[in-house]
Design a protein around this ligand. Structure first.
Ligand code: ARG
Length: 463
């Protein structure tokens, strides 16, 4: 039996029924749905719509349904369109017509968005924990490889020397902002739409504040028409996920390049690699490729939902049912991806010798320009002069270090013997010692700060 069959004279087309069903994916919200119903039964009793005994009976029945879901005993039946219908149908089987009082003044429109908010609030805590664990691994790896100097890249071209630990820590801060965005989103999630009815509000004088508080919401929605149609929070969640994904993808792509034989900066552990069925020598970074590859689906879900929302008139429309599969898929994907990323970083080998072998004096050209600045030349001029020195060294097929002093002095008289001291990788990183720079001492301070932030996070997330 459907929840709405009264005015219909013929049955729904079989294919249409399947087309409209969401039970296949929204049953995972059962706990949230039942929590919402328990709170709503209390609100109905408080408003005098049902008696205390009826409330207690309904709650006991709902708890039994929850146990059936928990233990896997719950059987869906044809006609269970969605999780809300399924729970109510089962409640009625268990306790008879009193179950029918539960839906008084409530609509699946305010119910579904309440469920999804509750579900997201619970899941976000899990995702946040996975993000913290990844950050912990990033910090540990940086801390255990503090002083390795490597070429830093812009445009994927060798740019300036940096510490490997500095590079790795750059991801800590991206993930840190992902936390902040999540906290921000959580504030907007904690608004209770229940009590909005189908679109116009609740006519039974429900105490929405008490209802919201019982469900752990911080406030109640101000406009019922907005509340039943608002999926901004879903878009925000998918946006958040897309950004996390883009961060993971950047990390993955960089490590894929660095794990090639040509770079050899890192070696991905066997545990996160696979072989080839034909080429015996191959070791492929599948873990990282899949992390990178998940970008398509996660960004796709965001664009997909925005596209769905774009065409809608006010208020609830069935199109909104499309929101959930996107959310669930993103959650399932990130739940796997974040620990895999942590595992890859934790187990990968950092090859300092290969990084040092990739040192090239040209990476120190900026240091040489800075050298002339310290001799009193304007930076623009010194930049140009070092460009000439680079050209000269390329013509003579020597490195900047092997270019004779006479050649430098032919370019400008400010050059003297001490210029060769500027051509030093260690000195180059040590020189960048203002906050945020790659100097070993500064990176150590950065790591300390990160550890403090993580300690705070652990305290607040345990609450
Ligand atoms: N399964 C529906 C959804 O996901 C629940 C709300 C149905 N509301 C309705 N008026 N048909 O959006």
């Amino acid at each position: 039996m459907t929840l709405w069959g009264g005015r219909f004279t013929s049955a729904t087309d079989e294919l249409m029924r399947h087309f409209g069903d969401s039970i296949g994916f929204d049953r995972r919200m059962y706990a949230a749905d039942i929590r919402g119903s328990i709170a709503y039964a209390s609100a109905l009793a408080l408003a005098g719509i049902i008696t205390k005994e009826e409330r207690n009976q309904i709650i006991a029945g709902l708890e039994q349904v929850r146990t059936e879901f928990d233990t896997g005993a719950f059987q869906t039946k044809p006609g269970d369109e969605d999780i809300h219908t399924a729970v109510e149908r089962r409640l009625e089987e268990l306790m008879g017509p009193i179950a029918g009082k539960l839906h008084t003044g409530r609509s699946r429109n305010d119910q579904v968005t309440t469920d999804l908010r509750l579900y997201l609030l619970d899941t976000i805590a899990v995702l946040r924990q996975a993000l913290i664990e990844l950050q912990v691994v990033v910090v540990e790896k940086a801390e255990s490889h503090p002083d390795i100097v490597m070429p830093g890249y812009t445009h994927l071209q060798p740019a300036q020397p940096v510490l490997f630990s500095h590079w790795l820590m750059s991801f800590f801060w991206k993930f840190q902002r992902d936390h902040e965005r999540l906290t921000n989103l959580t504030g907007r999630l904690r608004v209770c739409p229940l009590g909005s009815g189908a679109l116009a509000g609740n006519p039974f004088n429900i105490d929405r504040r008490t209802l919201a508080a019982e469900l752990g919401f911080a406030s109640v929605s101000e406009n019922s028409m907005d509340a039943v149609s608002d999926r901004d929070y879903v878009v925000e969640f998918l946006t958040w996920a897309a950004l996390v994904q883009v961060h993971l993808s950047c990390l993955a792509e960089t490590l894929i390049i660095w794990s090639t034989r040509e770079f050899g900066f890192v070696e991905i552990a066997d545990a996160y690699s696979t072989g080839s069925s034909i080429m015996p020598q191959k070791k492929n970074p599948d873990s990282l490729e899949l992390i990178r590859g998940k970008s398509g689906r996660i960004v796709g879900h965001l664009v997909g939902l925005l596209t769905t929302l774009k065409g809608l008139p006010s208020t609830y429309n069935k199109d909104l049912q499309e929101d959930k599969e996107a959310v669930f898929d993103v959650i399932d994907t990130l739940k796997k991806e974040l620990p895999i990323a942590a595992g890859v970083i934790h187990t990968m080998q950092v090859n300092a010798a290969h990084m040092a072998a990739a040192w090239d004096d040209s990476l120190l050209a900026t240091d040489l320009a800075d050298y002339l600045v310290r001799k009193g030349l304007p930076f623009r001029q010194s930049h140009h002069l070092i460009g000439l020195a680079v050209r000269r060294s390329e013509r003579l097929a020597v490195s900047l270090k092997d270019l004779p002093l006479v050649d430098y002095q032919a370019i400008h008289s400010a050059f003297s013997e001490d210029l060769y001291e500027a051509l030093d990788f260690q000195r180059s990183v040590e020189a960048r010692d203002t906050q945020g720079g790659t100097a070993p001492l500064v990176v150590r301070a950065q790591i300390e700060k990160a550890k403090q932030l993580l300690a705070q996070r652990k305290l607040t997330t345990r609450k």
